[in-house]
Unconditional design. Structure first.
Length: 128
């Protein structure tokens, strides 16, 4: 049996969770997000890190999106051995952005499916 990978949370992912928790508390909406992350998402990624869809393989429909993907690939090549390994784990109501680096999975961001995109500029500025 293959060795399980270690799943680590980035500071950006932790900020996303805090924002989600604050919002859900404010609107008094129950949500099993943490249970789903702990009971399903993290165990799945430990065993099957390639299960998420490739983030950079998505179809783009504009010049701006094409340019943004080119810029993102350039930045990823500088820090990752496999820059095309950026993946999305699709949950019922959330998308988790993650990447595998050697024997670790880094959870980079989590967003509600209604949010438009991941904020890469803030992520790079934060240095996480």
């Amino acid at each position: 049996m293959a060795k399980k990978l270690v799943v680590k949370l980035t500071a950006n992912f932790e900020r996303n969770l805090a924002d989600i928790e604050g919002f859900l508390t404010e609107v008094d909406a129950p949500d099993g997000l943490l249970d789903e992350l702990l009971d399903t998402v993290i165990p799945n990624l430990e065993r099957f890190p390639g299960m998420g869809r490739l983030f950079l393989n998505r179809a783009v429909g504009s010049v701006e999106a094409t340019n943004a993907l080119i810029a993102l690939r350039t930045k990823l090549k500088a820090v990752l051995a496999e820059p095309d390994g950026l993946r999305e784990y699709v949950m019922d109501h959330y998308l988790v952005l993650y990447v595998q680096v050697v024997d670790s999975i880094f959870l980079l961001s989590i967003k509600h499916h209604r949010q438009l995109s991941f904020d890469f500029e803030a992520h790079w500025a934060a240095g996480t």
